[in-house]
Design a protein around this ligand. Structure first.
Ligand code: ZN
Ligand code: ZN
Length: 361
């Protein structure tokens, strides 16, 4: 973990805190804690002040001393947030921000009480997430590794697809292969959606048995060294009909159209529009019921959101998914998803897996 530039990340965050006139941010969202100081455990809080302090309990004392950098470590006996409050008081902080999307009402109340009247709690949302949208070189390398691992599992996954086998059994085989190949875990619940279930945009693998013929949506990702991958391919069991081929082709054209407009300076909404416009030509746009993609990093869903009308500007170093789909209710669905790196001049597709329609017998 020594490669991470935690100091630079904290510096950018402190500049943002200065802009918003707060003395410190209490970082409680674990992916944000990891991003800012390297801690990978499941209990810890980082107080980003002029001198950052990382708080954890006795279970993580050893792990913290091995992993945490650019912060002093404080191992607390009881209650992390009361210890944070005591440190804020000792440092004489007046305006302390919390991550309002990641604190329970009880935690907020407890912190407010422990801080007392002299300190103002400021609700802040998405400050660290905004920084995380743009990946640095180390993160891009880690994302490439994660994409590489999941991509190498695609061929073996296809070999395990047989009619009569349950979707969940196929997901299980994939997940076993992923762990064997070194994945920390899957980045989300694996989607294996066959036949009419393929029309469910989020058809998590079920007990349904694969039919002899029809589409199967395979949407999965791994976490490797903390970084997520996310990819989708839709394959066809048996020979595809002419209509099935046309549908698959339309989704692929929409995906390629969206990718082709990716570059630093384009807006998220423009990328979404390109996919939607292509499907409109095929009179399929009303069956495209979700957004075109999302950022990926330490979490599988990050900023930016590639949604209709979103005027967020793409920056070099952002890593996003492009994943249009078409879903005909009760009939079938098709989605194709790659991870794409935004560059100064354009883009680089990170997912090296064939996108033409594959028919399996
Ligand atoms: Zn996906
Ligand atoms: Zn996705």
């Amino acid at each position: 973990m020594s490669r991470m530039d935690c100091e630079g990340r904290q510096r950018k965050l402190r500049a943002e805190l200065d802009r918003r006139k707060v003395d410190a941010l209490v970082v409680t969202h674990l992916p944000n804690v990891r991003y800012l100081c390297g801690f990978t455990g499941s209990a810890g809080v980082l107080l980003v002040a002029r001198r950052p302090v990382f708080f954890t309990d006795g279970r993580y004392a050893e792990q913290a001393s091995a992993e945490v950098h650019d912060a002093r470590i404080s191992v607390v006996k009881s209650g992390t947030l009361p210890a944070v409050a005591a440190t804020c008081a000792k440092l004489g902080l007046k305006r302390v921000a919390i991550e309002s999307e990641h604190l329970t009402v009880a935690q907020f109340g407890g912190l407010e009480q422990a801080l007392g009247k002299g300190v103002k709690l400021v609700r802040m949302a998405g400050a660290v997430e905004a920084l995380r949208a743009q990946k640095d070189a180390d993160e891009i390398a880690l994302l490439r590794n994660a994409v590489g691992l999941s991509s190498r599992l695609f061929r073996p996954l296809l070999r395990s697809l047989h009619s009569g086998l349950a979707e969940s059994a196929i997901a299980g085989k994939l997940e076993y292969m992923a762990r064997k190949a070194g994945a920390d875990r899957m980045s989300f619940e694996t989607i294996v959606a066959s036949a009419e279930r393929s029309a469910l945009p989020h058809g998590v693998a079920s007990a349904t048995k694969l039919p002899a013929e029809g589409f199967v949506v395979l949407d999965y990702g791994v976490v490797l060294d903390g970084y997520c991958s996310d990819m989708t391919r839709t394959v066809h069991l048996g020979k595809a009909s002419g209509e099935a081929r046309i549908l698959h082709r339309a989704v692929l054209e929409a995906q390629l159209a969206a990718i082709s407009v990716v570059r630093a300076g384009a807006t998220a909404g423009e990328v979404d529009w390109a996919a939607r416009q292509e499907l409109r030509r095929a009179k399929l746009d009303r069956f495209f019921t979700h957004s075109t993609g999302h950022g990926v990093g330490l979490e599988v869903h990050e900023l930016p959101r590639l949604a209709a009308g979103n005027d967020a500007v793409l920056q070099p170093g952002m890593v996003i998914t492009i994943e249009p789909g078409v879903y005909l209710p009760g009939k079938c669905g098709i989605r194709i998803e790659d991870m794409v790196l935004v560059t100064e001049r354009g883009y680089e597709v990170l997912t090296p897996v064939n996108k033409e329609l594959i028919e399996l017998n």
